[in-house]
Write a protein that binds this ligand. Structure first.
Ligand code: BES
Ligand code: MN
Ligand code: ZN
Length: 468
């Protein structure tokens, strides 16, 4: 369902393209011959300033009748501006069969990526209205860059598809099947193996559901490497809250509570195509958080992989329980140089950073800086949040090593205390935590975003892993 648009690359645009887009800036006038007026006069007439997102449509004579040239502004030519320009173009030609785009100067990968993402749609049933353009041809000498942009966009689309899929379909086992389609070695722990090997967090969270939990591991190993990164994704296929049940209005958004896991699966699947030179292990801790006669109760004490005990005071703080298992396993068994987890972890982070910027917490300044830079470059923006030591007493329990939530509200800071909880399971290794609860889902159809899952994290992690 993802992106139904096909992409081709041509050295030059055919002179008779029926629908052709040509870039311009405030200084640079487009180089097209068959316009009815000189391009400078046309742009002046429409008061076009060259901003990214600006489009001037001009009808032109074609053999088959009337064709159309779209003059598109590219602003300052930065990757951000090119993304905006590309998305605006593709949205403008909705309903058309094909568009030929003369590539602008600059980052053709960012341009192609955004063009494709703007063509993403997810619909179950008969789609009404205009469909995204079916064929895109990029003209210019940037074949490899366009293909790279396409690979990234299709990975984002996969993450969106997984997260947009209704929870009636996407059981933890279904998610494991999708992971197994990525062309990489895969290992899946079913409920019995999880129980037998001591993954007490995943087992406890999954116990309330008729659809048992899974831990999914994907491995990418290039011929030679000097770094091993473990990615850990939260894979709650539906978060009802468990016995600490959510109100309906909040619950209906919780089918995307596996967005972090979806990002991990999609990133793993794209690494080979991008020629990444780092070893990466992806872990997805998948469970459905449901209330039932077999569900865990507030006040239960569970044992995370490796032995730490947790008093579960709120069954709706389930993400940290499944992530703790996966992180502790990564530390004990995989000897990573860095652990990065990604999770729709707390409603509180939406209050702090809103819907456009994700949170990064880290025990390592270099790692944090690299991720923030990749976020800026890829347009998955991150803001660093603090691990405030003074708040660690919030997670003390009188009967277990840790409590999963603060009792009372002395400290508050729900996203920070969640991060402090996770840090206990990183084994002192360089670790970063991405809280994507705010950015994982979009409420608008705009630019590269469509309503529903965003795939936030795919672009940033692929950028980071292909630089590392
Ligand atoms: N999956 C939710 C967080 C969430 C909320 C994601 C809204 C996306 C949109 C998470 O499991 C959760 O329920 N967190 C609780 C934690 C609380 C019980 C300490 C929250 O944020 O309220
Ligand atoms: Mn929850
Ligand atoms: Zn959750």
């Amino acid at each position: 369902m993802p992106i139904e648009t096909s992409v081709s690359v041509a050295a030059a645009a055919p002179a008779d393209a029926e629908l052709l887009a040509v870039p311009y800036t405030s200084e640079l006038r487009p180089d097209v011959e068959d316009l009815p007026l000189p391009p400078a006069d046309l742009l002046a007439h429409y008061e076009a300033k060259g901003e990214a997102g600006e489009i001037v449509e001009v009808p032109v004579a074609r053999e088959a009748g009337v064709g159309r040239i779209l003059l598109y502004g590219v602003g300052d030519g930065s990757p951000k501006a090119l993304r905006r320009a590309a998305a605006a173009l593709v949205r403008r030609v909705k309903g058309r069969r094909s568009l030929t785009v003369v590539l602008p100067e600059g980052d053709a990968a960012a341009f192609a990526e955004a063009a494709l993402l703007a063509a993403y749609h997810f619909k179950i049933g008969s789609a009404e209205g205009k469909k995204p353009v079916r064929e895109l041809t990029f003209a210019g000498a940037a074949h490899d860059a366009v293909r790279r942009g396409e690979t990234v966009a299709r990975a984002v689309a996969l993450a969106r598809d997984l997260a947009n899929t209704p929870s009636s379909v996407k059981t933890p086992a279904w998610l494991a099947d999708r992971a197994a389609e990525q062309g990489l070695p895969v290992r899946v722990w079913d409920e019995e193996a999880l129980q037998a090997e001591g993954f007490g967090g995943i087992v406890a969270v999954g116990r309330g559901s008729a659809r048992p939990p899974r831990l999914i591991q994907l491995s990418y190993e290039p011929g030679s490497y000097d770094k091993h990164v473990v990615l850990v994704g939260k894979g709650i296929t539906f978060d009802s809250g468990g016995l600490s049940l959510k109100p309906t209005d909040n619950m209906k958004f919780q089918k995307t509570d596996m967005a972090g896991g979806a990002v991990v699966i999609a990133v793993m699947g794209a690494l080979a195509r991008l020629g990444a030179r780092v070893r990466v292990t992806g872990l997805v801790a998948a469970a459905e958080n449901m209330p039932s006669g077999t569900a865990q109760r507030p006040s239960d004490v569970i044992r995370i992989y490796g032995g730490k005990t947790v008093e579960v005071l709120n069954t709706d703080a389930e993400g940290r329980l499944v992530l703790a298992d996966a992180m502790a396993y990564a530390d004990a068994r995989l000897d990573p140089d860095a652990i990065v987890d990604i999770a729709t972890l707390t409603g509180a982070i939406t209050v702090a950073l809103g819907r456009n910027v994700g949170a990064v917490y880290s025990t390592d300044d270099v790692l944090a800086k690299e991720l923030i830079e990749s976020g800026a470059a890829s347009d998955d923006r991150l803001w660093r949040m603090p691990l405030i030591e003074d708040y660690t007493p919030a997670l003390e329990s009188s009967i277990a090593d840790l409590a999963n939530v603060e009792q009372g509200a002395r400290f508050g800071a729900g996203s920070i205390t969640a991060a402090l909880f996770l840090r206990e399971f990183a084994g002192g290794r360089p670790w970063a935590h991405l809280d994507i609860a705010g950015v994982g889902r979009s409420t608008v159809d705009e630019g590269v975003l469509s309503k529903g899952a965003t795939g936030f994290g795919v672009r940033l992690l692929l950028d980071w892993l292909s630089r590392t």
